[in-house]
Structure formats: structure tokens, C-alpha cells
Design a protein around this ligand. Structure first.
Ligand SMILES: Cc1cc2nc3c(=O)[nH]c(=O)nc-3n(C[C@H](O)[C@H](O)[C@H](O)COP(=O)(O)OP(=O)(O)OC[C@H]3O[C@@H](n4cnc5c(N)ncnc54)[C@H](O)[C@@H]3O)c2cc1C
Length: 618
């Protein structure tokens, strides 16, 4: 190792959940190091399903990640290098193969990553590689926020108002894209090309190739050239497509994911009754069509319909095909893809500040309104930093209010506090690493969950008979996003009314959300189940009928995702089973055929939940 030529050695920047160039402390330092020492920077991404195990990304997140990496690769002028496998083995092999002097990365706070990264750090330091780790994804460092008694906070308001805002530590101000970063970039491909053109003259001291690398690790072939089988030896993946993040098979839309999801959530043995599957098939057909993405063509969509099983109404399916172009789902999918990545994230923020923020506090409760930012997947994948969002939002308001005496803005304050909730989730995850899988309150240990698999399936597919719940679940499936108000409504319905373990909800969200985030998802589910860090009242049970009436008063959101109810008068839209037969017939609805009756009675299930929850010992 000591014989390495340090002038020519490489600096690795390891991208993880920080897929951007601007406001990036870790990347900036790596570029500085490379420029100051005339070294090359090798940007890498490792898909480490091996260490992630049960926390491997869900289908929707993988889809998003594919496009996000593509966008980052473009910003890096094609120099992003992909790897797949155990990150420790890959990094150690890279260090053995190439002359690497430093590896920098940004902290990712999932417990499995923290543990893995500690081991990686120790292994690389042993190899005399300089390691530097940065915070680039949170406004405040979770380890530093403690109460007066030096304990982690368990309740949001004191955490945010006292622990964060009154700590005297302002969030770091955003920084620009590192200057001249392009000059430093290199890639595995160019290193191979370079070594091939240098050889055999300079062999074995090929530039950037570790002279100590041996035949046995098959990096350098017998004629001294770099082995083309780098994929097998160091987990190198030559192209983004070969990371296989998109759904495989003949289709690239969501419909086909059901099979793998069911395995993932241990439900593969659940059988549906004939009646249930006949209810579900039109929905499946509709979903398959609605999600046809840019890469899948119309013929594929038609093939899928041809395969929809014989219980489905073929005529309906054909009508849906005819409507694909009309409904412009394809265009919508393309628009979605165009938003992924750093540039898209900044546009989404700008748009929100222009039209959403001014009525955020009240408007954020109404799922049909454009008052929420939809920044969550961008923040999760680090396409934009929370610091950038925080300061840009503040400056947009102070520009509007310049000259006014009172600069306080309740919408801005509320929006910032939601970013604070994100910080709080990470605070909980950091201090209570069992958050993703164990109820934080011990009294929930032997909770008598009912876990009815048929009801779970009806919930997952938006067939509960409660229109607002079904609209939320279908929004999730069709768009990879669900509005926060709906996450609370459907979560409460699952955990309280159906008495299904919150971990089933967690898994379904994990699979279907673009923004699936270990901290936010775990904290959100524990909060809604009332088993989390704060001692939430067990009577926090959302009534789906009242919630629908209040937050979707004209039914626009329900009609968007449950179109079979479009013609139902508003009086019955939240309770279709109460509509007289004549009204139903006129609206084209046949209960249990075109739309299901409720799978559970809301009042008695609420009382049952209250009883069970209040019987838990303190
Ligand atoms: C059961 C349940 C599961 C959830 N799972 C996730 C998840 O996997 N990933 C995820 O990012 N959020 C999750 N949330 C939190 C919240 O619903 C989403 O962050 C929010 O709906 C994202 O939409 P937005 O970007 O338009 O939010 P905005 O209202 O525009 O808020 C701005 C940002 O603040 C953060 N934020 C807002 N609300 C919360 C919250 N309650 N908790 C933590 N952070 C918040 C998000 O990063 C969000 O992008 C969950 C909530 C519940 C109740």
C-alpha cells in the first residue's frame, strides 16, 4: 500500500440517499480534496440488498431510484459508477484494485446502515484509506438534540420548539454546487480504457491501478489488462438498466408487482372468494392501464388486458384501453418521470412556494388541493436538501413581506414544523433503533391483533366499502404517493377498526410509496397505532365518514380515485350503502358488484377498539 503513488490516487465519493450536486457538504469536500491534490474523483452508487435484508427498497422506491440515479448520472456527465452487492466487500475490493486514498460519504441514519458503515469505516482505515463522513440530510444532528435531563425527546413539540429551534444552533446555510467538479470526474470505464491504452508499456504500474492487485482477485489479466469480468469480482454493474430497479418481465407497470408484494407481506397463501376476485379484477385492469409508463407500449397494455382472468368484464377492460389516451395517464407518467432528480425537485419546490404555501396551514388537510409540497420522495432520496427547502421557503415569504412590521407567517411556520416532524422521526429512529419493528410501548407486546388476511387484502386494494379509505389506497397504488390526511385515515382504519397489526400497514406502504422512508414510515405507523414514543390517547380513531365529509366536502378526491361512484349524489357519496336502490341504480351502482358494501361496521368496530386499547395494562 505504501508504494501507491498518492499524486495519482483516486478519491471515491459514495452516493447513497444524497442524489444531488448542490448543497452537498460531503461531495464538496471530496471535490476540494481531489482538486487540491490533482486527484481524480470516482463517484459510485452501491445497491446493497445483501445488508439491507428486510429493509431492501420496495418496488415503488426502486422505480423512483432508477430515474433518480439516471438524473444524477447526467449531472455527473455520465461518470456515475454502479455496483450491486455487499458494500463492505465492494469497497474493500475497489481499494485492492485501484489506488484509492480517500472515501467520503454522507450519513444515512437507518440502523442497519449505521452498523454496516461502522464496519466499513474500520476496514478501510486499516487499509490506510482516509474516511470522512458528513451530515447532509438533516437540519439538526439527532445525536446532539437532547432534553435538559440529557435524554432523547419523546414528544414532538418540546423536541422541535425547545430542542431544535431554541437550541441556538441554526440549520446550516445551503452551499453551491462545487466549482470545477467536472474536471475531477472519472469512471471505471475510463480507467479501463486508460489502462488498456497505457499497457503493456506501463504495466504493472498502470495509472490508478493498485500495483499490489494480484492475479488471484482477477482484476488484472495475464497480459496485464484490466479484467472485463469486474462485475463478478467487485460487483461492478456496467449500466443503470443492469441494476434492475425497474419491474422485470413483459411489463413495467405496477400491476405485476402484486405477486412479489404478496410474498413480501407473507400473504401469498391467502385465497380470495370468487365474489371478491370478481370485485377486484376490474380494479386491477384499471390499475394496469393507469400506470402504463413511458417505456411500456400500448401493445403490452393490451396483452395485460387479454390476460385479466375470465372473471373480469372484458368489455369494461376494453373501454379502459380506449380511454388510455383520453385520460392521458401515459402523459402523466412521463410528467412524473420528468420531475425525478435534482432539477425536478427544485421545480417542485418553486411551484409549491408559488401556489401552495400561502394557504398551507389549512389547505394541507384537503387531499384534492395543491397546498402540500409533494417533496417527500425528493427529500428521501436527497435530490434536494432540507436546508435548501427550509431557507428557500423562508426567503420566499420574507420577500413577500419585506417592509411589513410583523414578518411572522403561520403558513411558513407550519410548513417548517412539518420538516421538523421529519427531523423528529429521525431523532426517534436514532435513539430508538427498534422503532421500525417493535412497538415502543411495552404494553403493546402481546396486543391481540386480529390480522384478518381477507380484510387486509381488501384494504390494500381499496375495496373496503368506505369511499375515502378506498380513494386513499387507490391513490397510493396508482400514483406511489398518498396525501398525509389519507395516511392517517387509512392507517387508523387498518389498526383501530380492523385491528390489524400496524406492521402490515408499514409493509404495504414500504412497497407502494415512492417516499417510503424507514424513519417517517415507522414513526407514522407507531403514531397512528398509538404505540409509539408519545403516549397518544387510544381514542384517536378517525371516522372515515366524518373525515370524508370534512376534508373532501364536494367528493372531488373520492371521485378521482373511485370513479365508479362518480354519479352518486354527494348526500350518499361517503355512505353508498345508505342510498336507496333507485338512487344507486340511477348512478349505475350495484352494491357488491360495482362497489362493495363496507367490510366492517364503523361504530361497533370503534367500540371494540376502544375496549381493547383501554384494557392494555399501563
Ligand atoms: C402512517 C404514516 C406513514 C408515513 N410514511 C411516510 C414515509 O414512508 N415517508 C415519508 O416521507 N413520510 C411518511 N409519512 C409522513 C407524511 O405523510 C408525508 O411525509 C407527507 O404526506 C409527504 O407529503 P408532502 O411532501 O406533500 O408533505 P408536506 O406537507 O409538503 O411536508 C413537507 C415535508 O415535511 C415532511 N413531513 C410532512 N409531514 C410529515 C410527518 N407527519 N412525519 C414526518 N415528516 C413529515 C416530509 O418530508 C414532507 O415532504 C407517513 C405518515 C403516516 C401517518
Amino acid at each position: 500500500m505504501c508504494s501507491k503513488n498518492r499524486q495519482e490516487s483516486l478519491v471515491i465519493y459514495w452516493f447513497r440517499q444524497d442524489l444531488r450536486l448542490s448543497d452537498h457538504p460531503g461531495l464538496t469536500k471530496a471535490v476540494d480534496l481531489a482538486l487540491a491534490n490533482n486527484r481524480k474523483l470516482l463517484p459510485i452508487y452501491i445497491l446493497d440488498d445483501e445488508n439491507a435484508q428486510t429493509y431492501r427498497l420496495g418496488g415503488a422506491s426502486r422505480w423512483w431510484l432508477h430515474y433518480s440515479l439516471g438524473s444524477l448520472a447526467t449531472s455527473l456527465k455520465g461518470n456515475l459508477n454502479y455496483f450491486s452487492g455487499n458494500a463492505e466487500k465492494i469497497l474493500c475490493s475497489l481499494v485492492k484494485t485501484f489506488d484509492i486514498s480517500a472515501v467520503y460519504w454522507t450519513i444515512a441514519y437507518e440502523p442497519w446502515r449505521l452498523q454496516r458503515d461502522l464496519a466499513i469505516k474500520a476496514a478501510l482505515i486499516k487499509q490506510k484509506v482516509e474516511i470522512k463522513v458528513f451530515n447532509g440530510s438533516l437540519l439538526w444532528e439527532p445525536s446532539r438534540i437532547l432534553s435538559q435531563s440529557n435524554q432523547p425527546y419523546k414528544v414532538f413539540t418540546p423536541f422541535y420548539r425547545k430542542g431544535c429551534l431554541a437550541s441556538g444552533v441554526e440549520p446550516r446555510k445551503p452551499i453551491a454546487i462545487p466549482a470545477n467538479f467536472e474536471k475531477t470526474l472519472t469512471s471505471i470505464k475510463s480507467l479501463i480504457q486508460q489502462s488498456n491504452s497505457d499497457l503493456p508499456q506501463s504495466h504493472p504500474n498502470t495509472r490508478n491501478i493498485n500495483p499490489n492487485s494480484t492475479q488471484s482477485n482477477r482484476i488484472v489479466t495475464t497480459d496485464g489488462r484490466l479484467d472485463r469480468t469486474l462485475d463478478r469480482t467487485i460487483g461492478y454493474v456496467e449500466s443503470l438498466e443492469n441494476l434492475r430497479l425497474l419491474p422485470t418481465g413483459s411489463t413495467k407497470n405496477w400491476g405485476k408487482i402484486f405477486a412479489s408484494v404478496e410474498k413480501h407481506t407473507s400473504l401469498s397463501n391467502t385465497t380470495l372468494t370468487k365474489k371478491q376476485s370478481s370485485l377486484l379484477t376490474p380494479l386491477l385492469a384499471e390499475e394496469q392501464i393507469a400506470n402504463v409508463d413511458k417505456n411500456s407500449d400500448r401493445r403490452l397494455a393490451e396483452e395485460q388486458i387479454a390476460n385479466v382472468d375470465k372473471n373480469s368484464d372484458r368489455r369494461l377492460a376494453e373501454e379502459q384501453i380506449a380511454n388510455v389516451d383520453k385520460n392521458s395517464d401515459r402523459r402523466l407518467a412521463e410528467e412524473q418521470i420528468a420531475k425525478i432528480g435534482e432539477t425536478g425537485a427544485k421545480k417542485v419546490l418553486t411551484q409549491f412556494l408559488k401556489i401552495g404555501l400561502s394557504d398551507y396551514k389549512a389547505g394541507r388537510n384537503y387531499p384534492i388541493r395543491a397546498n402540500v409540497s409533494r417533496l417527500s420522495p425528493h427529500l428521501h432520496f436527497g435530490e434536494i436538501s432540507p436546508n435548501h427547502v427550509w431557507y428557500t421557503a423562508k426567503s420566499s415569504i420574507s420577500k413577500k413581506k419585506s417592509g411589513q412590521k410583523n414578518q411572522f407567517d403561520e403558513n411558513l411556520d407550519h410548513f417548517c414544523s412539518e420538516l421538523g416532524w421529519r427531523e423528529f422521526s429521525y431523532h426517534l429512529l436514532y435513539h430508538f433503533p427498534t422503532l421500525p419493528y417493535e412497538s415502543l410501548q411495552v404494553k403493546f407486546k402481546n396486543f391481540p391483533w386480529l390480522n384478518d388476511k381477507t380484510q387486509l387484502k381488501r384494504w390494500q386494494r381499496g375495496q373496503t366499502g368506505y369511499p375515502i379509505v378506498d380513494a386513499g389506497m387507490r391513490e397510493l397504488w396508482q400514483t406511489g404517493y398518498m396525501h398525509n390526511r389519507l395516511r392517517m385515515i387509512v392507517g387508523s382504519f387498518l389498526v383501530k377498526n380492523l385491528l390489524i397489526d400496524w406492521r402490515y400497514g408499514r409493509d404495504w406502504f414500504w412497497e407502494c410509496l415512492f417516499d417510503a422512508d424507514l424513519a417517517n414510515n415507522s414513526a407514522g405507523w407507531q403514531w397512528i397505532a398509538g404505540c409509539g414514543a408519545d403516549t397518544a390517547p387510544s381514542y384517536r380513531i378517525f371516522n372515515p365518514i366524518l373525515q370524508g365529509t370534512k376534508f373532501d366536502p364536494d367528493g372531488a378526491y373520492i371521485k378521482k380515485y373511485v370513479p365508479e361512484l362518480t354519479n352518486l349524489p354527494i348526500k350518499y357519496l361517503f355512505t353508498p350503502w345508505e342510498a336507496p336502490l333507485t338512487v344507486l341504480t340511477e348512478a349505475g351502482i350495484e352494491l357488491d358488484k360495482t362497489y362493495p358494501r363496507p367490510i366492517i361496521d364503523i361504530k361497533s368496530s370503534r367500540n371494540r377498539a376502544l375496549q381493547v386499547f383501554s384494557s392494555l395494562k399501563k
